[in-house]
Write a protein that binds this ligand. Structure first.
Ligand SMILES: Cc1cc2nc3c(=O)[nH]c(=O)nc-3n(C[C@H](O)[C@H](O)[C@H](O)COP(=O)(O)O)c2cc1C
Length: 182
């Protein structure tokens, strides 16, 4: 049994990336894994201030009072991290990016992170085959830097209105299979 952290990036509920995440979660839970979802797109996490006061006030990862301290625990205890996100300006939405930036606290505070494997689930409106180049490269570089094994990606083009991803059942099946095959 693996502990799986799913970080979702969309501020809107039941949108295309949430549906990709749901499919993945169904697969992972069917396979007996323990999944925790952190809805980063709907949390309040400020950008990292680079104050380097991480873990200097008790056991708080960040001295800023926002939702990051809840996530910091999950970064430490999860075996697998899954990013399920819309593409915003060829990159991660700011809310999710802030949650990613603040991994800095765990590095600075020399806290162990159990994460060993990662997955990217992403969607966008564009049909340009290069649309995901930037986010995919960022994801791969982060995984490489953290020595996470990249278990794969699902990249859904041509989805904009919430639920449009349902017209691409092959991609939902691929997300589910990634969960089942963890
Ligand atoms: C602020 C913002 C920026 C976006 N930037 C892009 C982009 O760079 N490329 C693209 O193809 N779609 C872009 N989109 C469209 C979303 O990626 C698309 O609607 C996606 O399906 C939304 O996912 P969700 O339903 O999970 O929220 C953007 C949408 C918003 C609101």
């Amino acid at each position: 049994m693996k502990k799986v952290l799913v970080l979702t990036g969309s501020p809107r509920k039941d949108g295309n990336s949430d549906l990709l995440a749901d499919a993945f979660i169904r697969g992972a839970e069917e396979a007996g894994h323990q999944v925790t979802v952190f809805r980063a797109g709907r949390k309040h996490i400020t950008g990292c201030l680079a104050c380097n006061k991480c873990y200097t006030e008790g056991n708080k990862a960040c001295v800023v009072e926002d939702d990051f301290n809840e996530l910091a625990e999950l970064y430490q205890s999860s075996d697998v991290i899954v990013y399920a996100t819309p593409l915003y300006w060829y990159s991660f939405p700011a809310q999710l990016k802030a949650a990613m930036d603040k991994m800095h606290a765990l590095v600075k505070g020399e806290r162990e992170m159990a994460i060993k494997e990662s997955i990217l689930l992403a969607c966008c409106e564009d049909t340009d085959p290069h649309a995901f180049d930037g986010i995919l490269q960022s994801y791969k570089l982060i995984a490489g830097y953290r020595k996470w094994k990249d278990l794969g990606h699902v990249l859904a083009f041509n989805v904009n209105e919430p639920g449009e991803i349902l017209k691409q059942p092959d991609l939902l099946a691929k997300a589910k299979a990634l969960g089942r095959n963890l």
